[in-house]
Design a protein around this ligand. Structure first.
Ligand SMILES: C[S@@+](CC[C@H](N)C(=O)[O-])C[C@H]1O[C@@H](n2cnc3c(N)ncnc32)[C@H](O)[C@@H]1O
Length: 256
């Protein structure tokens, strides 16, 4: 596996790897002698992630999507049909861009898609599809909601495929995932239109039922979805909240 040195970091040439996947131990073993002799700090190396070359990976390539994750949205859309023509869609954790590209095709030229990620994303949009605005932001940044509100009065759909960088500790990864879901709920509460939809990735674990309850307090209908394209061994699921009730959120905030 070839690697190049960028700002003291070793980068690989795999463009479509997703940080949510686990690091590849095989690479580590092969690269270790090289790391030792070049004197690089192993903590500064970004290891290539496991790339799942399965049916969905090939299908995504064929359909010109940069990541197989697109099918985790497509399956939910085919079953629940929450994306509609003319909508404004906020896609949190959009990189490398598959969900935003897919949503832009469904909402069409009268719609708008805003993709937000820590990583810079710049995929060209397509004719007849919605315009996509790519923003490079940390969702924990306090300025994010203000920045979005300045340009768009609100959204009909909030999507999040965000995943924390996995650490190998199931507990820590679950906690970080729950923190992300709660942050998405906060952003959703401030930007989602009444009766809007929320579709958000979560890693299951001990606090998951409590987070689902928090969603149930804000939406008329909540479902936990495990798409076929999501690997069975992964604890990843998606929370689908439909029929957002903003008044319920304000009441919850008022409670002492
Ligand atoms: C599984 S990938 C998303 C794939 C994307 N849905 C697609 O179909 O192309 C998860 C993304 O979440 C992003 N992410 C994780 N934590 C974030 C944060 N705090 N703020 C913004 N993006 C974050 C990562 O940078 C990563 O690109």
């Amino acid at each position: 596996m070839a690697g190049r040195l960028v700002n003291g970091h070793v980068k690989t040439d795999q463009a479509d790897i997703c940080r949510a996947d686990a690091a590849c131990p095989g690479f580590f073993c092969l690269a270790w002698p090289w790391i030792f002799f070049t004197g690089l700090n192993p903590e500064k190396i970004e290891y290539p992630m496991r790339k799942v070359q399965d049916y969905y990976f090939t299908k995504a390539k064929k359909e010109n999507y940069p990541a197989r994750s697109v099918f985790k949205l497509e399956e939910a859309q085919k079953k629940h049909g929450f994306l509609k023509s003319g909508q404004r869609v906020l896609d949190l954790g959009c990189h490398p861009g598959s969900w935003s590209l897919y949503a832009a095709g469904i909402v069409g030229s009268r719609g708008v898609v805003v993709g937000v990620d820590l990583q810079k994303t710049d995929m060209p949009g397509q004719k007849g599809h919605a315009e996509i605005h790519w923003l490079c932001y940390d969702v924990y940044d306090d300025d994010l909601v203000g920045r979005l509100k300045k340009q768009w009065p609100g959204f009909q759909v909030v999507l999040s495929d965000m995943a924390p960088r996995t650490t190998g500790s199931r507990y820590a990864d679950h906690q970080q995932s729950m923190r992300l879901v709660r942050r998405v709920l906060e952003i959703t509460a401030r930007l989602l239109h009444e009766n809007g939809t929320f579709y958000c990735k979560a890693f299951q674990g001990g606090d998951f039922p409590a987070v689902v309850q928090e969603c149930k307090a804000l939406f008329r209908k909540v479902k936990v979805v495990k798409p076929d394209s999501s690997r069975r061994e992964s604890r990843e699921v998606f929370i689908l909240g439909q029929g957002f009730q903003p008044r319920r959120y304000s009441r919850k905030q008022e409670k002492p």
